[in-house]
Write a protein that binds this ligand. Sequence first.
Ligand SMILES: N[C@@H](CCC(=O)N[C@@H](CS)C(=O)NCC(=O)O)C(=O)O
Length: 212
Amino acid sequence: MITLYDYLPSQNAYKVRLLLNQLNRPYRTEYVSIFEGEGQSDAYLKANPMGAVPAIRLEDGTFIAESNAILTYLAEGSRFLPDDPVARAKVMQWLFFESDYIQNGAASLRYWALTNKLSSRGAELVGQRSETALRTLRVLDRELAERPFLAGQAYTIADISVFAYMHRADEAGLPLAQYGNVVAWIQRVMDQPNFVSKVYPYSIDPHSQGEL
Ligand SMILES: N[C@@H](CCC(=O)N[C@@H](CS)C(=O)NCC(=O)O)C(=O)O
């Protein structure tokens, strides 16, 4: 059985929880208290060189880190990742989009907002991240006017990845409701079989107000 290294308020880890549930794949969990420094232990750095969650450990002891790499590995051979090279590249396009623009936009803002770190980040940095986040919302809204899911007609790991932070964009102070195509897509993702709705607040971790 695979092991998921998890921290419950992490939406990067949520991506993996959602896919595992939709694959009906059993797994065990090990929790990593990232704010207490557990991610930086010598043992955990073997799982993820950055010390972040998520990571997974395969049955043979191999570790895989980075949420989108984990999604790609787990989805292999399933309906969540097409075999056709062009269709697959379209999925990868949105995984890289997520890793770059969403993680450095809406995801950062949400994390700072929910753990009271916005003021310590400074107005210039917060402004830059807000511009990035608004740009991604505009891009997603325009793209999702064209098709039901990000990479085409079918729900894939591209949707899982982008959904994780974008469906909580209002918690980042972003005007999500103004982007009707994104809102409709969020509902389509939530309507998928074996959807996981549970999102954990940072308040379950008394250490989350500290710095990583
Ligand atoms: N690019 C990484 C980002 C992972 C990430 O930032 N994880 C956060 C939780 S959401 C974390 O564990 N941070 C702890 C740290 O960076 O030390 C991914 O997609 O997996």
